[in-house]
Design a protein around this ligand. Structure first.
Ligand code: GDP
Length: 424
């Protein structure tokens, strides 16, 4: 069976923990989009780990971890994370890399950095990991597939073609030193020996695995609101964050994705710019941020303080709908235990009218939150493993949100550790 684990909103919902948990019984875990621009924090028997590009199945020695063709593959970062796992005493994970995955090139990071500097106060808050220039090149047919490393003439030709265009921009727009195709060629050829043993036709591998009835997880990055088509464009990421894209970014039949676990966080947080309707500020935000600990304070990749807000039913329902949710994993409920009352955003007021439909970006900028205030439960709920043992007000909070969203909450996460989980 294929299960996708994806985010409902802005990311940082706790997908890493849910994937790590489900990966215990998975034969294969696949990353199908994005790159090293977002992180998963996982706490398990091996300690606490922040992974960026590695699939979250690397802690299980029997799981095969796949870097799918849809990923922006940063080789130096891959080597760094592999070394990190080794140093942490984790048995060398089984990894396969798609022969069609494209390489995140050194100039992608350069262009990301130069462009953010040029935009100055209008910048997108990019992590400067080169993701936007990478996907721009991919769709402009200027990308480099990893298989090109084994066809040197083609590789050189493609690098030269990319440099021709990039050097015009470097000279006239960014006033920066020009790229030397030979230098870039030598640098990427330096990756070849290291990556060669991992490279395979992962689409063939996966389609065979499906026939053999293997348990397969698709691991998404960020959340539905960061999707370039359906999200808060242009404050989105550059590859699709939706479960449906798993079929493309991994090379599997769309109808084989039977379960979509959408990870929904019990309050809101976001890193980076863009409209955030239920955002809170000042002491109220700081308290939630601090109480959130690792889940609240800083983005795993950027270290930037997260923007905080109350739960947003409008955004989360929309996100769950686009993900094609079959199950919701509702996370970080424990963090709300300190509150007397918990506001929940149940609608957006736009130009005097209240809607539950998530609007297009220009209208989103105008939206004001409509809140319903629910009573808090004021007791520590970590350690509880049975749903019935949760305080009544905690259950009411969960069930209220479940009704607003219209999708079943089948997993409740009440702490960062693997075993802090309640199945319903
Ligand atoms: P991802 O990008 O969706 O994988 O999110 P991250 O894993 O980076 O961020 C979520 C953070 O929340 C991590 O630090 C997790 O350890 C933590 N976390 C996950 N689930 C829970 C939970 O139920 N309760 C608490 N307190 N923290 C959680």
């Amino acid at each position: 069976m294929i299960k996708a684990i994806v985010g409902s909103c802005w990311g940082d919902e706790g997908k890493g923990k849910i994937t790590d948990m489900l990966a215990e019984n998975a034969d294969i875990v696949i990353r199908f989009q994005g790159g090293s621009n977002a992180g998963h924090t996982i706490i398990n028997d091996y300690g606490k780990h922040a992974l960026h590009q590695m699939p979250s199945g690397v802690f299980n020695e029997n799981t095969v971890n796949i870097i799918g063709n849809g990923v922006a593959f940063n080789v130096p970062y891959f080597i760094k994370e592999l070394n990190y796992l080794k140093e942490s005493g984790i048995k060398e994970p089984k990894i396969l890399i798609s022969d069609r995955v494209q390489l995140l090139m050194p100039y992608h990071i350069l262009f990301d950095t130069l462009e953010e500097a040029r935009l100055s106060d209008k910048q997108f808050g990019s992590t400067k990991s080169g993701i936007a220039p990478f996907y721009s090149d991919k769709y402009a047919k200027m990308g480099i597939q990893i298989c090109d490393l084994f066809h040197e003439d083609i590789l050189m030709e493609r690098i030269k073609a990319a440099c021709e265009i990039k050097n015009v921009l470097l000279e006239h727009l960014y006033h920066h030193e020009l790229l030397d195709p030979q230098k870039i060629f030598d640098e990427v050829m330096g990756y070849k020996e290291f990556v060669a043993p991992y490279i395979t036709n992962t689409a063939e591998y996966l389609n065979k695995a499906i026939k053999e009835g293997k348990e397969i997880l698709l691991e998404g990055q960020l959340g539905a609101l960061k999707d370039p088509d359906h999200g808060i464009y242009p404050m989105t990421t550059s590859s699709s964050t939706l479960a449906g894209f798993g079929a493309i970014g991994a090379g599997i039949p769309p109808h084989k994705i039977e379960k979509v676990y959408t990870v929904v966080k019990a309050y809101s947080s976001a890193v980076g710019g863009g409209a955030f309707v239920s955002e809170i500020f000042g002491d109220e935000a700081q308290e939630l941020r601090v109480r959130g600990g690792d889940a609240g304070e800083f983005g795993a990749t950027t270290g930037r303080p997260r923007r905080m807000g109350w739960f947003d039913c409008v955004a989360a329902r929309y996100g769950c709908m686009l993900q094609g949710t079959t199950d919701i994993a509702f996370t970080v409920v424990d963090v709300l235990s300190y509150l007397d009352e918990i506001p929940v955003c149940v609608g957006y007021e736009i130009d005097g009218e209240v809607t539950k439909e998530f609007p297009v970006t220009p209208l989103l900028e105008k939206a004001k939150p409509v809140y319903k205030v629910l009573p808090g439960w004021k007791s520590d709920i970590r350690g509880i493993t049975k749903y019935e043992d949760l305080p009544e007000n905690a259950r009411n909070y969960i069930e209220f949100i479940e009704k607003e969203l219209g999708y079943p909450i089948t997993i409740v996460s009440n702490g960062p550790k693997r075993n802090e989980i309640i199945y319903r």
